[in-house]
Design a protein around this ligand. Structure first.
Ligand code: AHR
Length: 661
């Protein structure tokens, strides 16, 4: 028996060492004596756009959809299970939308008439259901005007999918004038697809508006704030910046539905609801119930950036609607309001409380400036119309705010006619930071890991502002957040890092998607109304961002950067704060490999750590049922005498961290 066991052990270890021995051995020389350049703290950041229900129905924790009856169909999201009876039998209840006035931003409200009907109910379906947690506290608020006092009580219930009541409260509507009511209650059960039911006691006519329900447990416990689990995922990345609000949403399908930041601040109920441009963008993924309440507006955005330690990076309309849609242009002599919006946003973020916009920020609860350093002019525009407009914006912004760094765009593609034109023009203009976008195949990412090696060190700095490997093709609904895409992005990111002299900001896009209501895939974070998880791509981003170091080091094989030779990619940094050398190696081969690390110019401690992100199959993914299938595993790394060996599993991203003296 014993002999048998020994034989098996020997065969096994021969087999494993055989696997590593047969693979090619690569020696990587890391020169720790010289910092090539500083790594910008902004190197790895986040791109937020209200696409895929990322704001309303996602990060913004409001649970009632169409709370102020302002959708194009004012009762969308609201059911009246017994309205049939109302047409046959006058003795019943019914709700109908009413308009207060044309001038008000959100002018609709709901008039409910109860006529001897105890069964009448108004039910809100939430954002494809409501996520409710057992024992969690919920905050209800609404406005009501009880015409002649006939309605004696309003009862509010969370109901599960079988109509069982899982949380309840009520209010007594005392006044015939618009009055704000609030109430708190606990849920007795966890339910992913709850609904919110409203019933009435008494008879009469009552008007309702801004019916709102939030969990008490929000990020930083802010009242009516953001979903805690989702912000936590963002926070954990330690992002260098937060781009907002997009994306194409900046531009609008037409100029009138561009994102206008001034309409996203002030009292929440005064922020004008509008249709989200992604509502109708894709025929294969129409989402008729997708609207923007702007509950997560520019104030909340600046606050979120501050909370998660990210530099805010707003992108504004430059007077060009999305060129994939209408391409509507604001004439050159009518650009002033657009430019003024940019100048006013800087004042809103940074101005003293004595300035117009600084005072508004202060009144909203943030007297201290947000210290905005960047502003983007246009999202994904192309052609001479863009360059012409960019020049005017740049001149006006620099005249008033010479220290604000201006982000310009190079269009939707990382190559081709539009890209080449934009790059040549922006170079002539000495543009500071140019935004590049690439939604390409995983193979493209691997093949382009050397993209920035030959970029002019004296030219514009690069903001890789939107990128993601597409497993099928750009914006294809069958794209998956699979492991091949994620490790190919990691291979490419070693190239971003190696070129930190040129590349100063980078972000994966899009950031978030609701499981039942997305329009675009792949996405970095997936959520439903109860849960959320980071994709494999999320963990790649997190690994780079939390190990970005402070200084770029040279790492070479035979004197050259390692860009795909033997399916390996590498970059190295040191962190002068934690006193660590950090080496990242990506193995895109289907076989394990081993590399030797030859650290020159420093002495390291005898132990360090090694973090491995790996999965056996190209199609592996994280899911709601297995959210951490592909997630980093950390263990001790022992330094051997001479060259240090690192074992790289097949299809893996490995980070080795060693303390230096
Ligand atoms: O990230 C999704 C979309 O892709 C963005 O809105 C747009 O900028 C790009 O085309």
């Amino acid at each position: 028996m014993k002999n048998n066991f020994l034989t098996k052990t020997i065969i096994c270890s021969l087999f494993f060492s055989g696997l590593y021995t047969h693979a090619q051995k690569t020696t990587l020389v890391v020169d720790a004596s010289k910092s090539i350049t500083k790594i910008q703290p902004t190197m790895f950041g986040l791109f937020f756009e209200d696409i895929n229900f990322a704001a309303d129905g996602g990060l913004y924790a409001e649970m009632i959809k169409n709370r102020s009856f302002e959708f194009d169909k004012p009762l969308m999201g609201w059911e009246q299970p017994n309205t049939k009876r109302s047409s046959m039998n006058k003795e019943s209840g019914s709700a109908s939308p009413v308009k207060l006035s044309q001038e008000k931003n959100n002018s609709n409200f709901c008039r409910v008439e109860i006529n001897n009907d105890k069964g009448y109910a108004l039910i809100n379906e939430g954002f494809r259901g409501m996520g409710v947690k057992k024992d969690a506290q919920y905050n209800l608020s609404l406005k009501a005007a009880n015409h002649n006092g006939g309605v004696k009580k309003i009862i509010f219930q969370l109901i599960d999918k079988d109509q069982k009541v899982i949380g309840e409260t009520s209010i007594i509507p005392k006044s015939d004038q618009w009055t704000q009511y609030t109430s708190q209650f606990k849920a007795s059960q966890t339910e992913a697809k709850a609904k919110f039911k409203i019933t009435f006691e008494g008879n009469g006519t009552i008007d309702l508006d801004m019916i709102s329900l939030f969990p008490e447990d929000t990020w930083k416990n802010r009242k009516n704030g953001l979903r805690k689990d989702l912000v936590q995922l963002l926070y954990d990345v330690k992002p260098g910046f937060l781009r907002f609000p997009g994306g194409c949403i900046v531009e609008g399908r037409t100029l009138s539905d561009r994102y206008q930041w001034k309409k996203s601040i002030g009292e929440v109920e005064e922020r004008k609801t509008m249709m989200n441009r992604w509502n109708v963008e894709f025929n294969h993924k129409q989402t008729p119930d997708y609207f923007q309440s702007f509950g997560l507006g520019f104030f909340e955005y600046f606050q979120l950036s501050e909370d998660i330690g990210a530099e805010p990076l707003p992108i504004l309309s430059c007077g060009m609607a999305c060129q994939y849609n209408t391409g509507e242009l604001a004439p050159m002599d009518e650009l002033d309001p657009y430019i003024q919006d940019a100048l006013d946003l800087i004042e809103f973020a940074n101005g003293a409380v004595t300035t117009n916009w600084g005072k508004i920020r202060s009144d909203m609860g943030h007297p201290k400036p947000f210290n905005l350093k960047y502003i983007g002019v246009g999202n994904e525009q192309w052609g001479p119309d863009y360059i012409e407009r960019f020049k005017v914006f740049e001149k006006a912004i620099k005249a008033k705010y010479p220290n604000i760094i201006i982000v310009s765009g190079s269009g939707p593609s990382p190559d081709g006619e539009h890209f080449d034109y934009a790059m040549a023009e922006l170079k002539k203009l000495n543009a500071e930071l140019v935004d590049e976008h690439y939604y390409k195949s995983p193979q493209w990412f691997r093949e382009n890991a050397g993209r920035y090696d030959n970029y002019d060190r004296k030219g514009p700095k690069i903001f890789a502002g939107e990128y993601a490997a597409q497993s099928v093709s750009g914006a294809n609904p069958n794209n998956r957040n699979n492991w091949e895409c994620a490790f190919s992005e990691a291979a490419f990111m070693t190239g971003l890092e190696r070129n930190a002299e040129v590349v100063q900001l980078t972000s994966y896009a899009p950031l978030m998607a609701h499981e039942d209501a997305w329009q675009w895939t792949p996405d970095m974070i997936w959520f439903n109304n109860l849960e959320s998880y980071g994709s494999a791509n999320y963990y790649v981003q997190k690994l780079f961002s939390t190990n970005k170091g402070t200084d770029l080091l040279n790492i070479t094989k035979d004197g050259k950067p390692l860009i795909g030779e033997n399916n390996l990619y590498a970059s190295a940094v040191k962190d002068i704060n934690t006193k660590e050398i950090i080496v990242k190696v990506v193995n895109t081969s289907q076989s394990p490999q081993e590399v030797n690390l030859d650290l020159k110019g420093t002495k390291t401690a005898s132990k360090g750590s090694i973090i491995t992100l790996a999965s056996a199959n190209l199609n592996d993914e994280n899911t709601f049922t297995d959210p951490k299938k592909i997630s980093p595993k950390e263990s001790e790394y022992k330094v051997t005498k001479g060259a240090q060996q690192v074992k790289l599993p097949a299809y893996s991203v490995t980070v080795v961290k060693l303390k230096y003296n």
